[in-house]
Ligand binder design. Structure first.
Ligand code: ATP
Length: 366
């Protein structure tokens, strides 16, 4: 029997089932499965060439999948042309019509639907206000900054009130300040409108700061799906640990349950599935340390000491490269706030004591 749910809240806004994409003999996507909930902002994050844009284009119907299904609000749109799917899209390049005014750019999708002129004008005014550019309607795209053009592209994508918003690296052509500002604006707007949104990005900071859930992709496959905190704190694979943020990778050998030897030192971690004798890699973020400014660290588990070999000053914090006693030359990057840097005298040649947080050490097979 087939059961049809009458409660639309149960229906995923978008379901991707077994999507596979080959370009000739090159496989760009391998059996991708994904469910996106109504009102969610999901980021596809991954390095160049991992297939995130191809996946977005398949969802939009701008590219056809080799196999698999795309289901939007319970409707199978796998073979529907773009115009028969319900979404708005914003591309990296502003892609506004240069010979049309801002107003006509935003009205474009509405005019195609043959709404009456007064209704269109009212909707355009509403959209321009929504993106913070209420008076720019008579201008042409060339008269606006990149950030303003991208706001207009967003207004145009939202004009028909689509149930899905697709954003393909919408911020990557902008300078850092403008990117930051628009990041916040898009997020606020998305929350306010509760429009299900997929954003493609290769910028981890962008994904972590904007997404409800991040889909981390590599080589045409999904490595992990999780909230920003989950993928950052509990990476499922070495790739995810490496791709998100900075990480120290230490060669180690398992010497008992949750115990590992690095050089001649033993490091305790939470229990995990490794067996004594296994060659592993310990993944540790520079911030997963306890420093002497919060009390004596010498008596703590995983107490270590090292000589500072290099300090990278990065504004509000420093990353120091430490030659850790007993680590046989495996260096560690350790994070210090600016205050800690000054109070603990972190500079080249100085000795620094610290301890590693056992619960933060991630262990992967070598
Ligand atoms: P980027 O951030 O660089 O755009 P991406 O993760 O979005 O990377 P895609 O654009 O999806 O990657 O491309 C995935 C892979 O598929 C790449 O190796 C790319 O070269 C290949 N590819 C994409 N489009 C085609 C095509 N039309 N013909 C052949 N190969 C393609």
């Amino acid at each position: 029997t087939t059961s049809v749910s009458s409660d639309s809240a149960d229906v995923d806004a978008l379901r991707i089932e077994g999507i596979h994409k080959a370009f000739g003999s090159f496989v760009a996507l391998k059996s991708i499965d994904l469910a996106i909930h109504p009102g969610e902002l999901v980021c596809f994050l991954g390095p160049s060439g991992c297939g995130k844009t191809t996946l977005l284009r398949i969802i939009a119907g701008l590219e056809s999948q080799t196999a698999g299904r795309v289901i939007q609000n319970g409707r199978d749109v796998s073979n529907a042309p773009p115009a028969a799917r319900d979404y708005g899209i914003v591309f990296q390049s502003y892609a506004l019509f240069p010979n049309l005014t801002i107003k006509d750019n935003v009205a474009y999708g509405l005019v195609n639907r043959r709404r009456d002129r007064a209704a269109i004008d009212a909707r355009v005014a509403e959209l321009l206000t929504l993106v913070g550019l209420p008076t720019e309607g008579p201008k042409y795209p060339g008269q606006l900054s990149g950030g303003q053009q991208q706001r207009i592209a967003l207004a145009r994508a939202l004009a028909t009130a689509p149930s899905l918003l697709l954003l393909d690296e919408p911020l990557s052509a902008l300078d850092a300040k403008e990117r930051d500002r628009l990041r916040g604006e898009i997020r606020q707007l998305q929350r306010r409108l509760k429009v299900t949104t997929i954003m493609v990005t290769h910028d981890q900071e962008e994904a972590l700061s904007m997404a409800d859930r991040v889909v981390v992709m590599n080589h045409g496959a999904i490595e992990q799906i999780g909230t920003p905190l989950e993928v950052y704190e509990r990476p499922a694979t070495p790739f995810v640990a490496d791709f998100l943020g900075k990480v120290n990778v230490l060669k180690a050998t398992c010497v008992g349950s949750g115990r590992y030897r690095v050089g001649s030192r033993e490091i305790a971690t939470g229990a995990n599935g490794m067996a004594t004798g296994d060659a592993v890699r310990l993944y540790l973020r520079p911030e997963d340390r306890i420093l002497a400014d919060s009390g004596p660290v010498e008596t703590m588990p995983n107490a270590l000491s090292g000589i500072v070999r290099n300090v990278d000053f990065l504004g509000t914090y420093c990353l120091a490269s430490l030659d850790v006693d007993g680590f046989d030359g495996q260096r560690m990057l350790v994070y210090f706030s600016l205050n800690q840097t000054l109070e603990l005298g972190v500079r080249e040649g100085a000795r620094v004591a610290f301890a590693l947080r056992p619960e933060r050490v991630r262990v992967f097979a070598a």
